[in-house]
Design a protein around this ligand. Sequence first.
Ligand code: ATP
Length: 260
Amino acid sequence: MNEQAETATEQDLEGSSAPRAEKVDAASLTKSQLTSVLAVKHLSFAWPSSSFQIGITDLNVKSDEHWLLEGPSGSGKSTLLQLLGGVLLPQRGEVQILGQSWATLSAAQRDLRRADHVGFIFQQFNLVPYLSAIENVLLPCRFSKSRRQSAENGGGLKDEARRLLTALGLGAKEIQLRRAARLSVGQQQRVAAARALIGNPSLVLADEPTSALDTKNRAAFLELLFSEARSAKTAIVLVSHDTSLRPHFERHLTLEGGLC
Ligand SMILES: Nc1ncnc2c1ncn2[C@@H]1O[C@H](COP(=O)(O)OP(=O)(O)OP(=O)(O)O)[C@@H](O)[C@H]1O
C-alpha cells in the first residue's frame, strides 16, 4: 500500500462537495445483525502492460471477522489491499464496502467513504515524522467527521487517542508525546494501529504490519489489535507472506500468483 491514498483523501476532502456516503455504525449492530463489511465478487484486475493478474471469485468479510490473506512475495497482496480499499478499481467484477460497490462512486466519494469506514496500517507505517504519536493517531479524525464524532463520544479526541495507545501497549505519556521520527519500529507500529482504529472504522486493512517483529512480540501485538477491533466490531483484513500467523486468525485465504 502507499501513502497516496491518505494524501489524496485530504486534498479531495478540502475541495469536494460530493454527497457523503451513508455511515453504517457496525459497532451498534448486535451479533444477529452482523453485516457484510466487505464483499468481493468475481474480481479480476491486471496492471496495464503487465502479465500479472488478480482473480478472486468470492470473499465476504463480516463485521466481527479477522481475515488473513497470505501469499508469497509478488503474489499480489498489496495490489489486492488497494482493490479492497477502493484505491484501485477492478476491470471486472466488484468490491463492495458496506453493500456499496466502490465502482459506483466518484473518486471524491470513494475518498470520503474510505476515510469514514476504512483504517489502513501500511507496511512502512507511513507516520508523519514531525508529529507526535498522539497527533498521528488523530489524523483520520481530520479527514472524517463520523470518525471524529465517534472518537469524541469516547470522552474527547485526545483522551481516545491516549486510550488506544495505552491499550496497544504505549501507555507512557512521554512516548505518546514523542515525535514519530524518534519512535522505535515497534512503537511506530502501535501508533499506526491506533491510527487505523480511531473512530471505530468498519474495516482495518493491514499490509504486513508485523514483519519487523519477533514471534513473541508479533503474537502479543496481534492479540492487542484483535482485542480493540473486537470491542469496536471492526473487521480486520491483514495480508502477509508469513504463514505462521495463520493460527491467530479465524479465517484465511491463500493467494498464489494473484489467484485464490
Ligand atoms: N504500480 C504498478 N504497476 C505495474 N505493476 C505493478 C504495480 N505494483 C505492483 N505491480 C506488480 O504486481 C505484482 C504484485 O505486486 P504486489 O506488490 O501486489 O505483490 P505483494 O504480494 O504485495 O509483494 P510483496 O510481498 O513483495 O510486497 C508484481 O508483479 C508487481 O511487479
